[in-house]
Design a protein around this ligand. Structure first.
Ligand SMILES: [Zn+2]
Length: 311
């Protein structure tokens, strides 16, 4: 009898937790703010075939081939008109494909607008999996991402082509390669290499704003991100132009600088935590080269501790 009561109680508990609606307020507030604030994107020309769109979300790469356009990332659904206005300043060719570098809203929420138009979307298989659920992002590094739940995408907004470790696309005279090198910013990152133009879009696995956000809730790993930056260096030569997930156009030396800074932070954190040092003591031992603020630096050390506890 006791067991039956317990079973019923457990069933009711599950029912209650499943019927509880996720709280999208942090997500909705951010979207509303963007709608009010973002009226245009900065267009940066890289060469006659390549442009970058900056502002209001992750950097969008625009590749213009003979007949069509390929977009890498697409910012927000709410900014579709702004994105199209920017694109039409560059070209009137139609969009053939959209590549998502990962599932985060500021890079892929445009799927909710462009997918409905029948434009095929491409991503890593894990990015698509994340898009099929309401997803809570890891909130332990930047306060703006605390309690942030990204709503799932409907069927028309999901990628139609996915891959596991590498995918190749031919477009005109260009060979486009997508790579996933395992856990880094998330577990579904794509690096997009345009071989003949020598241009790489990294998504958020490489950024220019300070310590890169790592989504520990969704397969991200600081150790993995450092390894990824080492691999990215090998994909680059001194002439490679890198479109980061956020920030200005970059070169191989910028990747090296970020990798070295994170490597130093990671190594000192691991040793410091092992020896029972406080977060502040560990932080004091790390030379700051990325102009990051102290709170984020301390959060990063705590995140490394969390990651180590899961290994
Ligand atoms: Zn991201």
């Amino acid at each position: 009898m006791k067991n039956i009561k317990l079973t019923i109680l457990l069933a009711l508990f599950h029912l209650a937790s499943y019927s509880q609606k996720p709280n999208f307020s942090v997500y909705n507030n951010q979207i509303n703010l963007l709608k009010q604030e973002v009226k245009y994107f900065k267009i940066e020309k890289i060469n006659n075939k390549f442009y970058m769109l900056l502002g209001g979300g992750g950097n969008v790469g625009v590749f213009i081939s003979d007949e069509e356009v390929i977009l890498i990332d697409n910012k927000y659904e709410i900014l579709e008109d702004v994105l199209m206005a920017s694109l039409r300043e560059i070209t009137d060719k139609p969009i053939k494909y959209i590549i998502n570098t990962h599932f985060h809203h500021d890079h892929s929420d445009g799927n909710r607008a462009f997918g409905k138009q029948g434009i095929p979307i491409i991503s890593h298989q894990n990015a698509k999996k994340r898009m099929m659920e309401d997803i809570e992002l890891y909130g332990g590094i930047y306060s703006s991402i605390k309690d942030f739940i990204q709503p799932k995408y409907d069927r028309t907004s999901l990628p139609v082509f996915t891959y596991e470790s590498k995918m190749s696309i031919s477009q005109g005279n260009e060979e486009i390669e997508l790579y996933n090198f395992g856990k880094a910013h998330t577990d579904g990152d794509s690096v997009v290499v345009f071989k003949n133009n020598n241009i790489i879009h990294t998504g958020d696995a490489f950024v220019r704003y300070g310590y890169p956000y790592v989504d520990l809730n969704n397969g991200g790993s600081i150790k993995g991100l450092i390894d990824f930056l080492g691999t990215l260096e090998l994909l680059c030569d001194d002439n490679t132009i890198i479109i980061p997930g956020h920030g200005g156009l970059s070169k191989k030396e910028d990747v090296t600088k970020l990798k070295n800074a994170l490597d130093d932070l990671y190594t000192k954190s691991v040793i410091g935590l092992k020896n029972g040092l406080s977060y502040s003591e560990i932080s004091d031992s790390i030379e700051e080269t990325l102009n990051e603020n102290l709170t984020v630096k301390l959060n990063y050390i705590k995140t490394i501790e969390l990651e180590l506890s899961r290994d």
